[in-house]
Design a protein around this ligand. Structure first.
Ligand SMILES: *[C@@H]1O[C@H](CO)[C@@H](O)[C@H](O)[C@H]1NC(C)=O
Ligand SMILES: *[C@@H]1O[C@H](CO)[C@@H](O)[C@H](O)[C@H]1NC(C)=O
Ligand SMILES: *[C@@H]1O[C@H](CO)[C@@H](O)[C@H](O)[C@H]1NC(C)=O
Ligand SMILES: *[C@@H]1O[C@H](CO)[C@@H](O)[C@H](O)[C@H]1NC(C)=O
Ligand SMILES: *[C@@H]1O[C@H](CO)[C@@H](O)[C@H](O)[C@H]1NC(C)=O
Length: 541
């Protein structure tokens, strides 16, 4: 059963039980009167901590709802903080029904009359027992659109929808956005993205309702189509609506030009800590000079597909607290314009580089900027110059991720690089669509004894895989395997390695839940005391 199914069930049960609620959770959450309830064994704060962990384990939390009213009241806010995530089609419409039932009478009537021309009648429902919209913490417009779309599909027949679908979705989404803006007291994360490209988002008047966006700490915009009028207005108005954004993530198609709005947002968010920007052509200096005004708080900057000039790097160089820099597929980079970074005030801990093989000289220069403070490096380019630069300038790198790495004939450089750094963590990611992985010649001998952590998110032929572990002398403590074509033979190879070497303590394999029951894995757990990472936790390792 899913979240909304349970919530309905709970509501049903509570209607019968009909009493009791403690005041540990804000009483606004529950409509109606309250009375006493048996004292819980643990304080609310502890309960919430425990529930948060249960929440990461899939559907576990839903059964907790049914324990008693006290538990239920503590769990509802957790379940309804991100209600759109991972919903099945059937539950999407239940979710929308529940939210529609929360509308104020006036808004409900207004929406009903707006939908009348389309012959749509909103199903009648009782006012819910809980104030669900109040719990909303994370919102994505696209997820709302998809959920509303599924709902209309269930209400109407296909032919009819085909003509007016986008209008109907916009009407309903507007009413619901207004509801969220008015009721949600802790909306922290707000994402503007679109599923349907021919309609706009609701008008700006919808979003200026209070408390609305005033508590935002994270704002994301993800557009790959031309920007709509209301989106541009919302961007322009954001500085008037909130001032505590810490994480800002902006993704535009390259032809968009909203530099002024973005730089105003940056200059008004005094605690900006993390800034992602993707897709900006000429004129990016404006954005960078406002970044400079956030030099005290800014720790993380990620740029992708951005046109960068010398003035941009000049501004960036003044951000003294920058620790984590990512430059991927940016344009305008050349040695002359980039070298101002050598005078930068920051000491990086983490650097991510995505470069075409042509700009390996610029990549080398930026590695020098990383220098001795650098601990983690993600890179897609390995050649003799890059390897020499890393060894000379960034000797303290202990973690390397080869991301979207294209294996050519530089495989012999691995040994030199990994041993030279006394590497401790290695992750290899190759997109599964890139069949070049068969050219990857990583052998066990390339892995230094210092290596403790190995994560393989790339294909390997079975022979490569077998050879890698057979020849490996690293004292690995953690092994994570994350690719699809894994079979029983792979498990046997790993099991043998673990039994022989006796250094491994932790093992994670994607899709493990099926394999978990196998004889080998059971034995690893019981006899060798290996911790097997559950699937839902793998991405944190
Ligand atoms: C009714 O809904 C329409 C469309 O969403 C909106 O423009 C209008 O302001 C609403 N009227 C009232 C009284 O809320
Ligand atoms: C679909 O809806 C249209 C408009 O309401 C109606 O004319 C048509 O008969 C319906 N088709 C079916 C198969 O119900
Ligand atoms: C910024 O980008 C990184 C990497 O793509 C991502 O992990 C992170 O969540 C993004 N930040 C925000 C605020 O969305
Ligand atoms: C960038 O470098 C090019 C080539 O050296 C130079 O012509 C140009 O003036 C530089 N421009 C900026 C703004 O950095
Ligand atoms: C890299 O250089 C080659 C030839 O020097 C050129 O054909 C190619 O277009 C360049 N690629 C990029 C991404 O600049």
């Amino acid at each position: 059963m899913s979240s909304s199914t349970y919530c309905f069930l709970v509501q049903f049960i509570l209607n019968f039980v009909g009493s009791a609620a403690t005041n540990t959770v804000d009483n606004n959450l529950l409509y109606g009167k309250h009375s006493n309830v048996p004292t819980p064994y643990l304080p609310t704060e502890c309960m919430l901590e425990i529930f948060k962990h249960v929440q990461t384990q899939g559907s576990g939390l839903y059964s907790c709802l049914l324990v008693n009213r006290y538990w239920c009241k503590n769990i509802i806010p957790l379940l309804w903080s991100r209600p759109f995530e991972g919903l099945s089609t059937e539950n999407r419409h239940k979710l929308i029904h529940t939210y529609l039932a929360c509308l104020d009478r006036e808004d409900y009537l207004n929406l009903s009359s707006s939908l009348q021309p389309y012959n749509i009648e909103i199903p009648k429902a009782r006012q819910p027992l809980f104030n669900y919209p109040m719990c909303l913490k994370e919102f994505s417009y696209k997820q709302l659109e998809i959920a509303v779309h599924s709902t209309i599909h269930i209400w109407c027949n296909r032919t009819f929808i085909y003509h007016h679908k986008q209008n109907q979705i916009l009407l309903i989404s507007t009413a619901l956005c207004k509801l969220f803006m008015r009721r949600s007291i802790s909306l922290k994360s707000f994402m503007i993205d679109k599923y349907f490209s021919h309609s706009d988002i609701p008008q700006i008047s919808t979003f200026i309702e209070k408390p609305g966006l005033s508590h935002l700490t994270k704002f994301r915009i993800d557009f790959n189509k031309p920007m709509t009028t209301n989106t541009i207005r919302l961007l322009g108005n954001l500085p008037n609506l909130c001032s505590n954004i810490r994480c800002l993530d902006i993704k535009f198609p390259i032809f968009e030009h909203n530099h002024k709005a973005i730089s105003r947002i940056i200059s008004t968010q005094k605690r900006l800590n993390e800034f992602n920007l993707s897709g900006v052509k000429l004129g990016s200096e404006r954005i960078f000079s406002s970044l400079q005004s956030r030099h005290e708080t800014l720790n993380i900057v990620r740029l992708e597909n951005v046109y960068i000039t010398e003035a941009c790097f000049n501004a960036l160089a003044l951000c003294e607290n920058l620790k984590d820099l990512s430059l991927r597929y940016c344009r305008g980079l050349n040695i002359e314009n980039t070298s101002v970074l050598l005078k930068s005030k920051f000491s990086l801990k983490k650097l991510r580089l995505g470069f075409s093989p042509n700009s390996s000289d610029v990549a080398g220069l930026i590695l020098q900027v990383g220098g001795i403070s650098l601990k983690e490096l993600e890179i897609d380019l390995i050649n003799p110059i890059i390897v020499e630069t890393i060894l000379d300038y960034c000797p303290n790198v202990k973690e390397i991720k080869l991301a979207n790495y294209f294996p050519h004939d530089n495989n012999h450089l691995f040994y030199h690089l990994f041993y030279g750094l006394s590497l401790e963590n290695l992750e290899i990611f190759i997109n599964s669509k890139n069949l070049d992985y068969e050219d990857m010649k990583l052998t066990g001998q390339d892995l230094p004894p210092t290596l403790k952590y190995l994560k393989l998110s790339c294909g390997f032929t079975f022979d490569q895989f077998k050879e890698l572990f057979k020849t490996c002398n690293a004292l690995l403590e953690t092994i994570i395997i994350d690719y699809i074509d894994l079979n029983y033979d792979h498990i046997k190879v790993i099991t043998k390695f673990i039994k022989d070497k006796k250094t491994v303590k932790t093992l994670g394999i994607v899709g493990m839940d099926d394999i978990m029951t196998s004889q080998e894995i059971r034995e690893l757990k019981s006899r060798y005391e290996i911790f097997i990472i559950p699937s839902y936790e793998l991405k944190h390792w």
